[in-house]
Design a protein. Structure first.
Length: 296
């Protein structure tokens, strides 16, 4: 393997994140006091020392919406000074009449490769982020996501299993946009019925060649680094999408709440050990390099 690409991580300054300031609020990943502080690039680099990671992609961390450009500018400056990260997934509000003025502002930052607006909605308020469940069907959202093709940018797609049929419709409506499914579809219902619904939704999404799946954040709902749990999701996702449409992401420092970077990488490598060398190379390197256009 030429080197691992971390397709999903965060760095942040506490002062810029509303959810890290003020009173503690319940979060989808549980108590977060240990990460309720700055997580600078040097700490991230220290975390991944000796793990074989050679490149990384920063994904937006929900700064105040009107400061979306400030976030991209700060991460670009960090990369200019430190050489990391190697690509940025920024934020834009796709619910406005025309998202292109926001995208034009983000275009000033050469590392921007994609955009994320989180669309996940759940009956459990703790897991809910979007205003409603059916935003993937909204004609304004669809039109704005379609504009990403003109920028050669991807859309990081975050939905739960019950939303996947609508998300597949969004992918079909925007065939020239690459959709990167966050956290392998966010499997939160681990019952046989919940797993079956997740597999069905994943299969529906995989019908569209412009959708790939990010193997990240798999400890989100169990609050631990569980090698067997990771292996089950990796095995099913690779069977549905193919390894060439799967990529690893650490979701650090969220996963740092319950594990180290080295232990996380070890769990993922163990999950993938029965795959061929070519499949492992795709998951840990080439898929992320291709979809985020990281270069040689």
């Amino acid at each position: 393997m030429t080197g691992i690409v971390d397709g999903h991580h965060h760095i942040w300054r506490q002062a810029d994140l509303p959810w890290l300031t003020g009173p503690m609020q319940p979060r989808i990943f549980g108590p977060y006091e240990p990460i309720r502080r700055d997580y600078p690039i040097q700490e991230y680099l220290d975390d991944l020392k000796g793990t074989g990671v050679t490149r990384s992609v920063y994904v937006q961390t929900n700064w105040a919406n009107d400061r979306f450009e400030d976030e991209a500018a700060w991460v670009q400056q960090t990369a200019d000074e430190h050489g990391w990260p190697h690509a940025i997934v920024a934020y834009a509000d796709f619910s406005v009449a025309d998202v292109r003025p926001q995208l034009d502002r983000l275009r000033r930052y050469p590392l921007v490769r994609g955009v994320r607006m989180q669309l996940h909605w759940h009956e459990n308020p703790l897991y809910r982020f979007a205003a409603r469940a059916d935003l993937c069907t909204d004609p304004v959202i669809r039109r704005n996501v379609g504009h990403l093709a003109d920028y050669r940018w991807s859309f990081d797609l975050q939905v739960f299993a019950p939303q996947m049929a609508d998300a597949a419709g969004l992918a079909e409506a925007c065939p020239d946009v690459t959709f990167i499914l966050q956290h392998a579809g966010m499997l939160e219902d681990l019952s046989p019925r919940g797993r079956a619904a997740w597999r069905s939704g994943m299969t529906r999404l995989a019908q569209y060649p412009n959708v790939v799946s990010k193997l990240s954040g798999l400890g989100t709902f169990i609050h631990r680094n569980d090698a067997a749990h990771i292996a089950g999701i990796v095995t099913d996702t690779v069977a549905i999408f193919g390894a060439e449409r799967c990529l690893f992401g650490s979701n650090f420092p969220i996963e740092k709440l319950w594990t180290s970077y080295r232990e996380l990488i070890t769990a993922f490598k163990t999950a993938a050990e029965r795959l061929s060398p070519e499949q492992r190379e795709a998951i840990f390197s080439t898929t992320a390099a291709r979809v985020y256009r990281l270069g040689p």
